[in-house]
Design a protein around this ligand. Sequence first.
Ligand code: SF4
Length: 675
Amino acid sequence: MAQPLRSPAALQILPSACPMDCPDACSLDVQVEDGRVVKVDGSRVNPYTQGYICSKVRRFPDLLYGEGRLLYPAVRRGAKGEGGFARISWNEALDLAAAKLRAARERLGGESILPFSDGGSNGLLTQDTTDARLFYRLGASRLARTVCSVPTSMAAAGLYGKMAGVALPDYIHSRLIGVWGVNPSTTGIHLIPVLQEAQRRGAKLVVIDPRRTQLARKADLHLAPRPGTDLPIALAVIRWLFETGRADLAFLAQHAHGADELRARALPWTFERAAAVSGVPAEDLERFARLYAETSPAVLRIGWGFERNRNGGSAAAAALALPAVAGKFGVRGGGYTMSNSGLWGALDRPAALCEQEPATRILNMNRLGRDLLERQDPPVAVLFVYNCNPAATLPNQEMVLRGLRREDLFTIVFEQVWTDTARWADLVLPATTFFEHEEMSRGYGSMILHRSPAVAEAAGEARPNYEVFADLCRRLGLARPGEPETAAALGDALLAGAPRLRAAIERDGFAYPDSGWAPIQFVDAFPLTPDGKIHLVPEALDREAPLGLYGFQDDPATRAYPLALISPATNRTISSTLGHLYKGIATLEMHPQDAGPRGLRTGDTVRVWNDLGEVRVPVRVSPDVRPGVVFLPKGLWSRHTLSGTTANALAPDTFTDLGGGACFNDARVQVELSP
Ligand code: SF4
């Protein structure tokens, strides 16, 4: 069970840290009364987050003790998906889970078991520790966790070996800041005051986003490209830098491979050609290029928004190549920031396991629907879902739901709340949250690693992931004597290969990476590629991309489905996590030029559809989304639309050019007044 507090006082303020899928990694002060969390505040332990936190995590007590909390193990009663369940004991639940896993392995082989997890609101102790141990030893199918950040990560690893990025607080030293494919007003809110201060000191701000976001309104230049066309924009700037003699050839000669090849691949992309494809006027593209070339320090904040399409990996690579070509490194506030999750190399491989991953088949999570319905070698017989809500979050949603409906599929959902996926389960198991178990978490924007204790009693009978998976290992005869199972032992094992981090954690409760928390690229932080150089056209990526790296794939729009549907995060729905706390019905945002010919006005209920499915929601007519693009929020649950389906019902399960990522923004749709 989750560790009880040793001596619950009437009211305590206890330290914690947020492990949510968010770049910022806030340190927290949690008010706890009689073992229950009553208030969540920011603390100043993390120097970047400065003691304030987002409203979502402030509301975490609603998740802990609200109506949606999963409190007891339960088995399905009635038809799949109808949500009828009967409470059982943990012992019965784990015996049943073990029996189903054992039977599937004996009848069809271990690969008929598919563990399905993707981080969710969990840290380093509650994923890839005892869970991986269990599924490795069962010989289960392996999951490619590709729904988010794989194309960008591959690009960053290929070009720079995941070099540390510019620290976000260092943006106050920048004179030009490009915010590209990310909206920090909703994801990474602590960047906003930094941007404001930088602008106050005279920095120029360029925002590249198909929507006129709050931040875009404050920008000196806003480029609103069609989804999937960031690649031509970046290549056009690269071309111009080379062709006008502004490329830093001396830097490239010293630090990079592939500059000539990159130049050749960018050559066809004049501003005019990029403008025709992207819908951004050529003069705006040139203005951006000039500003970037002529201003230093210049930094690019490169996000995950533009990876969600067929060109996503190449687009990320091209944007990452820009600071190398333009010679923007070597100065505080200059370079790029993408994800900093790669800075904790010593922790990446779970030392807690001490065993090899088996060479079983790998299933791409973006094709769960297909794998559940069509795969026969062997079919998936047991689906074990944890830290994840696939019924809501995956492309081709209708196919995923049909797969979950299969009567011969046994679905186990181990979760904190009654998610959309839990409703489809045969067996549900209640999980603790990060306030109820010990956790370790790292930021992927701010560079900090936290180890935080349990601060509250577990609600109901919820139990931590690591404990339950260890229990299942024992029931299935797969446990080995002496291996770490508790949070303390797993945490120690994870830190065993990183003595400096361990010492800092033991002393302070947090640690910074080897590069420090504010490195200067090419002064304190260098490419982590094998030869320490930038690889502008890495061979492996070039081989994988269907048209080669930097090859542009055309827009998938058709006459029947001419509108591009995008689904970015909003301040209420960043990801599916905490979705049940949002009670409203989402709206589709549409430009007046698209709404007018369709006779649509704000407040009308519309039907948004393509060959994959349909969504019914009210429409909001707004000039804030560019013509030809419609917008539904990311992270919706079935309750947030009138049809019970989300934007993902319209997203194809095609792959990005690199890494088999999800192409959410390649959804092309039609919209009409709902009958
Ligand atoms: S801003 Fe991000 S890290 Fe901070 S509390 Fe909110 S979700 Fe957590």
